[in-house]
Design a protein around this ligand. Structure first.
Ligand SMILES: [Zn+2]
Length: 280
């Protein structure tokens, strides 16, 4: 049976763009008699606030969405992400990177060329070659580090990967365009890429719906599925809702939060129509 999810981060109030995304996921399940869940992606404890989690759930219920309990909050499941990291560590696919942003900028400047990936300048891989003894000594000394995926080695083991998107069709996975992605940091035991991939598998999500701004991230998620031996869901990356001038909705558009629209007297049907989902 189809299972879709809406997975917001509680860093602010929901706006019309979120409503579009939530309704997109909801309707995809509803059309085929499938199931729908809400997941709170709150691994960034510095930016997420519990009061926003509550307002998100209030807004979604007001919009008329019904989801299955319980709502999974990622911050309560760090052990699941640690377990996935331990598995990858055991496979020899992770390495600690001690570079600061400044270090990486200097390394890139020295090398004279700065290849870019979807997230910016590609990490040049300097720490991949550190001798094991040095790695262990620096970790033991309490130095800050990130755990990076050895993407080339992972790809060598799993070979060619594909995934399916409902708009783009079959897509050949090219995670190498992200380089050696960070999967965890010393103080945050997971990254977006790892947490979302693990959760979608653990929760049995069969259709991942999200904005097309996250299309490229799916290349990384497909590789993580392969090396963690997780099932591969179907994907539907939707267009982002924009205002009349073509701008994406964002947190700065305070008058277009669902709360503001509700308080201004708009009905759920009106807001659903504004979110491009039509009434009912
Ligand atoms: Zn490094």
């Amino acid at each position: 049976m189809m299972l879709t999810r809406f997975a917001p981060s509680p860093t602010g109030e929901l706006h019309l763009g979120h409503a579009h995304s939530a309704l997109f996921a909801y309707k995809a399940a509803e059309q085929v008699g499938g199931r729908f869940i809400v997941r709170i992606e709150d691994i960034d404890q510095g930016r997420c606030r519990p009061e926003f989690t509550q307002s998100i759930l209030t807004d979604l219920a007001w919009l008329g969405l019904v989801w299955e309990s319980p709502v999974r909050c990622q911050s309560e499941h760090f052990n699941d992400y640690r377990a996935a990291l331990a598995l990858l560590e055991g496979e020899g696919l992770l390495y600690p990177c001690f570079c600061t942003r400044k270090d990486i900028a200097e390394q890139t400047a020295r090398s004279g060329h700065a290849p870019h990936g979807p997230d910016g300048v590609l990490y040049p891989g300097s720490c991949r070659a550190l001798p094991m003894a040095e790695r262990m000594a620096r970790v033991a000394a309490g130095e800050a580090y990130a755990l990076r995926l050895d993407t080339a080695e992972a790809l060598r083991r799993v070979g060619l990967l594909r995934w399916h998107d409902r708009r783009a069709g079959m897509v050949e996975a090219r995670p190498e365009m992200f380089g050696d992605v960070v999967l965890a940091r010393k103080d945050t035991p997971t990254s977006y890429h790892l947490a979302v991939t693990v959760d979608d598998a653990l929760q049995g999500v069969t259709l991942v719906t999200r904005g097309e701004d996250l299309f490229a991230a799916t290349h990384v998620h497909r590789l993580l599925q392969a090396i963690l031996d997780l099932p591969v869901p179907d994907y539907a990356h939707h267009r982002l809702l924009t205002d009349a001038s073509g701008r994406r909705y964002a947190k700065r558009d305070r008058s277009l939060t669902l709360r503001a629209l509700r308080e201004a007297g708009r009905s759920p049907d009106e807001v659903r129509a504004m979110a491009g989902a039509g009434p009912g």
